[in-house]
Design a protein around this ligand. Sequence first.
Ligand SMILES: Cc1ncc(COP(=O)(O)O)c(C=O)c1O
Length: 492
Amino acid sequence: MRPSDNFPDYLIRQLSSNSDSRSIIMENDFTKYNTTLSENSIIPLGSCTASSLNNEDFADLIEKLKGFSISDLSSTEVVQNLWSGVRSDFLQAMNLSADLVDLVFVPSGTDSETLISSVILEKDHSEKLNNIVVAPLEVGSGTVLACGGRAFTEIAPDGSNWKIGQSIIPNVTEKTEVFEVPIRDSSGDIPPMKNLEKEILRIIEESERNRFSSCLHLVAGSKTGVHAPTTKFVEELEGSLFDNLHVIVDAAQGRFSRSGIKKSLELGRIVTITASKFFGAPPFCGAVLFPRKKYGGVYWREEYKSLFNEMFFSTFSNEQIEITNGLLFRWLIGVSNMQKYYSTSPKHRLSVLKWFEEDAIEIIKSNHHLNYVEPQYFSPDEKNRLLATNKTIHTFRIEKDGIFLPIEYLREIHNKLVLSKPVGFHLGQPVTLSSKSGESGLRIALGSRLIIDSIRTIEEKNGGIEMAREKLTSIISSACNRIEELANEFGN
Ligand SMILES: Cc1ncc(COP(=O)(O)O)c(C=O)c1O
């Protein structure tokens, strides 16, 4: 357990607040994503879903808040100053300027969708928005509801209760129609991108004919690392000068290149990211970047109050604002992890990313129970990918006696893995690869924490390079061996 004096307890309570039912800590100390805020030595291989609170990150947070009492942290002025610091550290870490982008913090990647739909409708004064969600099974599971301004969990970030599907922002719900464009066929394979692109073009052309707004999600990348549609297709759409087309880059996975993000913003795309996946901050911790040249400033509105606090916006009134610190504390950790990650040597970062690409695939493929899901998406568009180019998520099915284990059993394996002794492994939650057959996969992901740890080994020790690579492969092998043991228990 962590020390039980008041301040750390207060921080832990705050860290699980200001989000939704997904961050509720259950009796076993875990969320339903099998993440925890308690002291732990779980190996973080699940950064494509969410991350447990890392001990070093928690110590950093305490250090950052040194000198503040609990009551100081309920003062508007103190909290506003802390937010200003997070805001400027974020922009600096991302090499972005406040002149280019208006940054709004949001409780989660999923929540960002409601804000984006609202901002688009407001900007275009449109009667209707056709919102095109690419890869609906591989972005946030609540994305489709959130795009339509509806509740996707029973508890909103301000603590209010909702029925799933209930409209939280009626203005958005009444005017938004959501189109789901899957990327995989019924067998879980990815057909040629041009099929999906044809459907997208049809929706956009129809929207334009009706003078509706349309909004296309460029998923960069998805829960299994898919990048869709192709950048070339999006650029052609942008070149077609549709009047009311908006492009959102869903970089919620945090697996982006900073120059890719900057280029997207310069092209007028909205970008959504989170620090709670690749960058290892506790769930949930999102942000939306609005390019100023297209959207101007984005302002808080009364109708947002269940989802977004006024302080999440760059401009807020000086009236009494209700203080909620969950998102602030998560972002203090998130930004500090971004700074740590980007201050490491780019050469070493690239080495670790490459090891993970090569070694993890080999380890997964050499395990008879694990069936590697080949990343077909890399082939046609490799050089046009705007964002992260390294594979940091590996997806695999689990095979036992000639059948692929169903999602319920993958969930059990996922649960048991975190509780494994002597160390637990946190993997990416199971994802459905095919809605028809129900075939599903588990994921092993590399996040900034393991990269930073590997680079420390490279830099600190003689012969550190080999040692770091061995350490990383040994972690992945141990996780795969443990999965194999658990798979063997299936059906016994
Ligand atoms: C690509 C992508 N977009 C959006 C989300 C939703 O983010 P959050 O879990 O913070 O709601 C996820 C979640 O995994 C995701 O993978």
